[in-house]
Design a protein around this ligand. Structure first.
Ligand code: GRF
Length: 196
């Protein structure tokens, strides 16, 4: 299975994914990192992990469709089977969705459907709820609305700071995202074998 990761920022989940697969000697490969932010730290991580990258942003294109068509061209060129979003801060449009239906997965730092959007951790913290968590889900046309694959809750403790909560959420993300992707890949392979 050939996997691409889309990321816009730090890239700690990207690194956790790649290391998990490599440490276990899994044959599936992370073949491409796509990043829409030229200064994102994830690009350094990719370089250290020796993974090929492309960087461009919608600003360089006349329309979102043209931007996604360029991404699609790269995906097809690299024969990517599965797209994993790891802190990619843009909405996936129909150009990519149509071509990669049920093959784009995202991780979101809240218990969806609660606290969708860009600031899932902060919004839960400020709302004063007692627990929040992490959701891994398929992408559909909405914002953080696609079918849920897995959720794990994280308690918000009395006296927690936002930073402490963020740290614990990221710990959970790094532990569960690679395992879920491993499982999804296995299921995709089983389905493919049935079709053949
Ligand atoms: C994670 O919290 C993820 O849930 C959200 O964006 C953040 C990315 O963190 N979608 P990193 O770039 O992987 O460190």
């Amino acid at each position: 299975m050939r996997i691409a990761v889309f990321a816009s920022g730090n890239g700690s989940n990207f690194q956790a994914l790649v290391e998990y697969f490599r440490e276990r000697g899994l044959t599936d490969q992370f073949v491409w990192l796509f990043c829409d932010q030229p200064n994102a730290y994830v690009l350094e991580r990719a370089s250290k992990l020796d993974i090929s990258t492309s960087v461009f942003s919608p600003k360089e294109f006349q329309t979102k469709k043209a931007y996604e068509e360029k991404i699609l061209e790269c995906l097809l060129d690299k024969e990517v089977d599965l797209i994993v979003l790891a802190g990619y801060m843009r909405i996936i449009g129909s150009t990519l969705l149509d071509q990669y239906e049920s093959r784009i997965i995202n991780i979101h730092p809240s218990l969806l459907p609660d606290f969708p959007g860009l600031h899932g951790i902060r919004d839960a913290f400020e709302a004063g709820v007692k627990k929040t968590g992490v959701t891994i889900h398929y992408i559909d046309k909405g914002v953080d609305t696609g079918p849920i694959i897995c959720q794990e809750s994280v308690e918000i403790k009395k006296g927690d700071t936002l930073e402490e909560l963020e740290r614990r959420i990221h710990q959970v993300e790094h532990r569960i995202y690679p395992k879920v992707i491993e499982q999804v890949v296995k299921e995709m392979k089983t389905m493919e074998a049935h079709i053949k």
